[in-house]
Design a protein around this ligand. Structure first.
Ligand SMILES: [Mg+2]
Length: 229
């Protein structure tokens, strides 16, 4: 065990592009479905839907938050639709399983997606049974990372002492609050090409480093083996 981690009792993992190697094709499916949903829900052309999404992203943090705030939309309908994606693109990684399984302490999933999405994806990856709990956007009153309030709810729900926790994420902005709360932060980067994805949903990890990031890795199982083993 790395000395910087010997105090850690809670291991907190983002889901998408963190618990599996970022796959631009998988990511794109959710992206396309979000734009589709808006186009259908508001009877817009897909270009207009795409623009509106960008506005909601900037103003409300996520597409979902904007739709709820402006159109009083039922979030369950949106989440079911956008998370209905082809999981076969994602391959279970035995190394990931072995390394997470070996971690001492609690393991938790914390996603801006739904709880059902966490169960589907982590289940498909043969990882879900290793976790002591999962926290989805519905558990956070639909307040997404990186808003501080959602992390406070998470800590309360799971009784997490942030000074004894570590947070793994592919989105660098989602690590700023955890660091300020006292968590160790690990940015998971990737070589996947997201240049075709709209900037509102592009993972920011691969190009940015920030003072609130303690560690950066492009190979999470190896990092766990080197630091937590
Ligand atoms: Mg992610």
């Amino acid at each position: 065990m790395h000395t910087q981690l010997s105090h850690v009792t809670d291991w907190v993992f983002d889901l998408d592009n963190t618990l599996y190697r970022a796959d631009a094709n998988f990511f794109k499916q959710i992206d396309v479905k979000m734009t589709d949903f808006i186009a259908r829900y508001l009877s817009l052309e897909s270009e207009a839907a795409s623009l509106l999404r960008k506005e909601y992203w900037a103003e409300y943090g996520t597409t979902l938050s904007g739709l709820m705030a402006v159109h009083d939309m039922d979030p369950a309908e949106f989440l079911d639709y956008v998370h209905d994606v082809d999981l076969d693109i994602l391959r279970p990684d035995p190394m990931m399983r072995a390394q997470i399984k070996a971690l001492p302490g609690r393991k938790l999933i914390y996603t801006n997606g739904s709880k059902g999405h966490a169960r589907n994806v982590a289940g498909h990856l043969n990882l879900f049974d290793l976790f002591d709990g999962s926290f989805g956007i519905e558990d956070a009153n639909y307040i997404p990372k990186p808003k501080r309030e959602t992390y406070e709810i998470f800590n309360r729900v799971f009784d997490v002492d942030p000074t004894k926790a570590i947070f793994f994420e592919d989105n660098v902005f989602n690590l700023e609050v955890p660091k300020a709360m006292g968590m160790v932060t690990v940015l998971v980067t990737s070589d996947a090409d997201f240049s075709d994805a709209p900037e509102v949903v592009r993972p920011s990890g691969q190009t940015t480093t920030a003072h609130w990031v303690d560690f950066t890795t492009s190979d999470l199982p190896k990092w766990l083996s080197d630091h937590a083993g």
